[in-house]
Design a protein around this ligand. Structure first.
Ligand code: SAM
Length: 430
């Protein structure tokens, strides 16, 4: 770093004496940044970008607004990558290395439920956390998968308009935030990471349609993983050109540091646009659509619930598994058979042959539109989040249980008492 940064090295080194920067990004699928700033129960620092704030508070993750998915805690320099995705209508986006979901949830907010987002994470345990974050943030147009990049590339040649590779890296920008990253660093590890990134990038390249964008990022400063990696990629893939490259150092930017490169695939792959493509949709492979399974009895039960619970019916195709679990699949979802799938659109609930029981995900994505909402005080939120039953002056039936108007989960009211339906795994331990 001394060689690379020259006269800036002392400033770079001095930045390691400061506390790590923390940030919060408002989930604009649920609330506007202005409204969140007005209501925030803890101090927000200056803005990193639109809807992204610096944070001094130690534990804002324990606030009911966090459970309601109003914000995501994210390191400030990591917030600067997703804006390059800039998805348009009907766009197909793949986040190839997505857990825990910072960039996925940021891209989803920009997509506003339009188009399709595939959030993939190779590590099964991390994929579960990603899936929980997608649920908490109320994202309806996303499928969460857990597959190796090669497996996805086999299934989706020239399919996506945007592929984000937020690559596993040597993490030099994590040294303050996660001191465990320091002893793990070695020159061999940098070389290992660079090799792995090269493979991931080659697979990502196959999945992009002509005119599509490849966004590559790391949280390290090693050139082998950053500028040289991109230089090598461009030599191997003449169909791509570099649109921009950006490196954030902690002595220049109030964050832990990041590298980002944006590339475009220029080559004219002889693929016709799908017949339903709107103007401006790129030529891309059409692929098979998600094969929706229907069950008339389950759908009737769901429609009865829907008419009682919501003011207006939901949009999307109903998909019912053999075990009765039902999903709302957004238009344009591709066939994902053969790929490990953790989440598909929004899980609506389950039909047991007699009754439909709504799922937590339904509340997180659509609970704001419920007819019956139980708005809790902050003290009551704590009780709900611990799994307790609450009193309510509501008609009998399912209701969205909310902090103010923002759903935390579901409850079922019977004679003035709301039974708690927050999933056990999401409850706060007493
Ligand atoms: N994009 C995430 C976010 O914003 O929250 C952070 C991603 S993290 C930097 C990189 C991820 O790549 C890790 O979750 C890691 O498990 C995953 N990964 C590791 N090896 C991989 C591989 N060979 N192919 C794809 N992903 C891999």
């Amino acid at each position: 770093m001394k060689e690379r940064l020259g006269k800036d090295f002392p400033a770079f080194l001095a930045s390691y004496e400061e506390a790590p920067y923390k940030g919060l990004r408002v989930n604009t699928l649920k609330i506007s940044p202005a409204e969140f700033s007005r209501r925030a129960p803890f101090p927000l620092g200056g803005e990193v970008a639109d809807g992204c704030f610096y944070l001094e508070e130690e534990k804002p993750g324990a606030d009911p607004y966090h459970f309601a998915g109003l914000y995501y805690l994210q390191e400030p320099s990591a917030m600067t990558v997703a804006p390059f995705a800039d998805p348009c209508k009907k766009e197909r986006v793949l986040d190839l290395c997505a857990a825990p979901g910072g960039k996925t949830t940021q891209i989803a907010a920009k997509m506003r439920g339009e188009g399709i987002l595939i959030a993939n994470e190779i590590d099964p345990a991390r994929a579960k956390i990603l899936s929980q974050n997608v649920e908490r943030m109320g994202i309806a147009n996303c499928a969460v998968t857990s597959a190796a990049p090669e497996k996805l590339a086999e299934k989706f040649p020239a399919y996506f308009d945007t592929v984000l590779v937020d690559a596993p890296c040597s993490g030099e920008g994590m040294f303050k935030k996660e001191p465990n990253a320091i002893p793990e660093w070695s020159e061999q590890n940098v070389a290992r990471c660079a090799l792995r990134q090269r493979t991931i990038l080659d697979e990502a390249a196959k999945m992009l349609c002509a005119g599509g964008r490849l966004i590559y990022s790391t949280c390290t400063f090693a050139e082998e993983e950053d500028e040289w990696q991109i230089g090598d990629f461009l030599r191997r893939h003449p169909a791509f050109s570099l649109l921009c490259e950006k490196k954030l150092y902690p002595h220049e930017f109030r964050g832990e540091g990041h590298f980002c490169a944006v590339l475009e695939k220029n080559s004219d792959l002889n693929i016709c646009p799908p017949p339903d493509a709107g103007e401006g949709v790129r030529p891309r492979s059409s692929g098979k659509s998600f094969p929706v399974c229907r069950n008339a009895q389950a759908e009737r039960a769901f429609r009865a619930f829907e008419a009682d619970f919501f003011e207006e019916p939901l949009k999307g195709a109903l998909h019912t598994l053999l075990d009765g679990r039902m999903y709302l699949v957004p238009a344009g979802m591709p066939d994902l058979s053969g790929i490990r799938l953790l989440r598909l659109g929004v899980e609506l609930g389950a039909f047991d042959g007699k009754l439909f029981k709504p799922a937590h995900a339904l509340a997180m994505a659509f609970g704001g539109r419920a007819r019956r909402k139980l708005s809790l005080s902050r003290k009551q939120c704590e009780q709900y989040l611990r799994g307790e039953t609450l009193p309510a002056d509501l008609p009998n039936g399912w209701c969205a249980v909310c902090v103010e108007e923002f759903p935390l989960g579901l409850g079922k009211c019977t004679d003035g008492a709301v039974k708690n339906h927050l999933p056990k795994g999401l409850r706060k331990i007493k």
